[in-house]
Design a binder for this molecule. Sequence first.
Ligand code: NAD
Length: 522
Amino acid sequence: MAEAKKALGRNSKKQARAAQPRTTPKAYPNYIGGEWVSSGSGEWFENVNPADTRDCVGRFPVSTARDIERAVAAARDAADKWRRLPAPRRAEILFRLGEILIRQKETFAREMTREMGKVLKETGGDVQEAIDCTYYTAGEGRRLHGFTTPAEMPDKFAMCVRQPVGLCGLITPWNFPMAIPSWKLIPALVCGNTVVIKPAEDTPLSTYNLVKSCEEVGIPAGVVNLVTGHGETVGAALTEHPSVRLISFTGSTETGRLVASSCAERNAICSLEMGGKNVIIVMEDADVDLAVEGAVWGAFGTSGQRCTASSRVVVHKKVYKKFTQQLVERAKNLRVGDGLDERTDMGPVINADALHKILGYIEVGQREDRAKLACGGRRLEKGEYAHGYFVEPTVFTDASPGMRIAQEEIFGPVTTVIPVGSLEEAIEIGNGVRYGLSASIYTQDVNRAFHAMNEMYTGIFYVNSSTIGAEVHLPFGGTKATGNGHREAGTQVLDIFTEWKSVYVDYSGKLQRAQIDEVNFE
Ligand code: NAD
């Protein structure tokens, strides 16, 4: 056990595991310049199952800034060859990657459930999202459209083409451990960039599986590099590296701000996908049963650890009682357990830090005036729960919009119900948070649905559906503290991973001066 010694300081999931004696778990090295290598530090951290911390999924390198340096050098060396490979050829390799992901879907989903806890159906969905993203985005290899436009002088041609931005640093969170890396990796590659990817400390295995599949399909050495480790060291080293032209980050708004500042220092491009405090609006004419279904799925899917989770529900007073009674009943009946068990509705939360943060918010909610803890609120720790991080599905009712539990991202299985008297009030509350990712309305009235769609300042909006359920061919991202103006997925993601080049071809054979020379009819 000489190597498996150092747990990552910040992350209690790793600390919990590190103290227990057992056989040495499998080591998963970094991938740099086409080789699987350990970190220069010689240290490893342990990735444990949050449903049972006695189960160690594997060991991963505690990397350092020097590992980032090596990975960046490898990505720099590979850049010109990859950029010059025609985009349809790059795409052909990516289509083969899609085939591997399909073949391995079940294995990757099981490993993902073991490393981060969400139920198998959801981890299957996570891998499926990576498959969808791969096929959809690889198709761009035969498009990557630019445009032509008339020039203002005769015998002159004007067009715009996309060029790769260069070396991209990808920094990802743990809640969608394969889908989110794929949303960044696949478009970066099809556009002709090389990458260094730094996955979240809690979920390096799913990114390892994605990168290993890239190796299997023959993506050339150095084009994709994987470096695991601490955000504050390797993540920061990546954002600060002068050769990294772009950082694509998904994670908390707090970390996003650090990443953005670091990129601003050296004029690097930076795309940020960050936190959310999403709202479901339930009007008095809503199909209440359907709205309850949506709220349960939105609040407790992935144990509420989705950026698009329905952590607020704003309900018209006329259906408030019926809605809250049903919601509470459904929440109480959810089966909490190990995500590998097919009977489980909701798995654990990711680690001890998250557990304590969530329980802390539940305490805050109980202290705040007027909010009522209608169900849940406790850690589950007996019997089958003894070695995991389990929290009861929790519903606060009768809350007011200014409360902390109605304003801050809890990122756990907690939702807050707020009564309202009108659509206008609901929209004001919906917009009254610092985030702007996703919102939804349940109503039978098309006018109300469109009015709310128009007035909610979010990046995503649903009608008669929950706040979660994005599809890869539509742009994904949010306003205000959720993002910095970029969108992933769809064709919009190409604007992150390419830069425009405007091209003028003057075939007049003479000097023509735009804005200065007169153009006559003769
Ligand atoms: P986090 O901010 O703690 O970590 C995200 C990543 O940043 C990790 O890989 C981490 O190691 C790295 N990191 C940490 N400190 C860093 C630093 N100083 N420099 C560079 N990198 C650093 O977030 P998390 O806990 O992994 O994920 C949860 C958050 O992510 C929630 O706020 C959630 O809403 C958000 N999220 C947003 C989206 C979206 O698309 N908007 C999607 C999923 C998750």
